[in-house]
Design a protein around this ligand. Sequence first.
Ligand SMILES: C[S@@+](CC[C@H](N)C(=O)[O-])C[C@H]1O[C@@H](n2cnc3c(N)ncnc32)[C@H](O)[C@@H]1O
Length: 444
Amino acid sequence: MPYPNSPFVENFNSKLINSLLVEKSENKKTISNDDLNKILKWLCSSPKLTSIRVNTLKADVEKALQTIKSHFATSQPLKMFVHPCLSNTILIESEDISKKTFPKFEKEIIVDTECGCAVLRGAHIFAPGVLGMVSGCQVDDNVSIYADIAKKCKKGLQKVYEGQKLFIGNGRVKMQRHQLFGKNITSSGVAVEIMETISGCLAISDNVLSLGHGLLQNLPSILCVQALTPLPGDVVLDMCASPGNKTTHIAELMKNEGTLIAIDKTPRKVNQLKIRCKDFESEVFAFQADSTSIVEKENHLNSRNVTDGPPFLAETFDKVLLDAPCSVLGKRPQLANRMSENEIKSYVPLQRKLLEAAVDLLKPGGKMVYSTCTITLAENEGLVAWALRKFPNLKLVKPDLSLGGRGWTGSSLTDEELNMVQRFGPDDEVDSVGFFFACFLKKI
Ligand SMILES: C[S@@+](CC[C@H](N)C(=O)[O-])C[C@H]1O[C@@H](n2cnc3c(N)ncnc32)[C@H](O)[C@@H]1O
């Protein structure tokens, strides 16, 4: 596979990455170089499965499957099916490209690494992602596409790029240089239509289905909401909710019956959340707040209703989802990550504060799911170990549908506890992004 061996291009060495994957204070063990290399390589590659969650509040899964199949009727037949355990989820297998050879066209397009990753996950190339296009490119020309791994390509380059670049696939030009580059030009729309990529992933977007009928969502994200088991009539809190991918799933499982509160700290993101909920016909009360301080400790709010928004009295919610802000190191593929060590390590204190609020707000007997889309031990198993020590009234439980792998060693979690948390890594059955979630009950 022609992917790089590590997404960390600068300022990173294996000692540092190792420090993210072991909890120094509790266990001095380091992971082996072989394991580390496997993880890093895996992060650079694309998942082989694409999943679409159908919003059953608005759409029928079988009809959605037929719509997606007919959308690709002219291209190579690919395996598309409803997940055997998740009746609202359609899986699409990527084409097997292990024996495929890709022609290299003389004309090249350079895209930034973010755009390159999106292409490898099945997106077309949108105008803002294009950095270079050799001069003379005409609409409908075939071009080879490269991601700027070195991050040194100047916007508007018209020659062949000499910096470090990764071939990601071939496509057909839809916009010319003068539409893309130049003073006062802010272009939008598809600049290059993708024909084939080294990931074998189909070019697919959310709008293959009608608005609000479904969305591209990674399988572990779907599983983590499933593990929360929101039911009609429940009072549920989604503490870090925008853009609402999981909120809309919770609403779907609640069949819009009960009370669903969704919070995000950033005003702009709360607007995005509201729009998504409206498109999905999800009945949600969305608020802007910092979820670390939404608990009203004094009991003088008796006249307030939960739907009035934060602050909330302790022990208000039957279910709480804490899909925490995290270092996002589980994203796949990653081509050139330049996050600093300090930034990576900055999330744990915030995650702890959010989890403290979650525990306060949960009713005795209630359920909480903590999730991240990162791989570091401290934000995952380490956080769970801390929570179990700090809150003796929390009990770790294994979700009924546990398709994730075992937790990674290195924290103080016992073998039994490692079997309860859900890790999605390179050795696990679900070939998806790096993800983690854990399910807790609050003891009565
Ligand atoms: C992992 S994303 C959530 C993704 C979302 N759950 C979904 O599935 O669509 C984390 C979110 O937490 C929000 N956030 C960060 N700090 C927060 C805080 N202190 N209180 C509330 N939201 C916060 C961020 O704005 C971001 O939207």
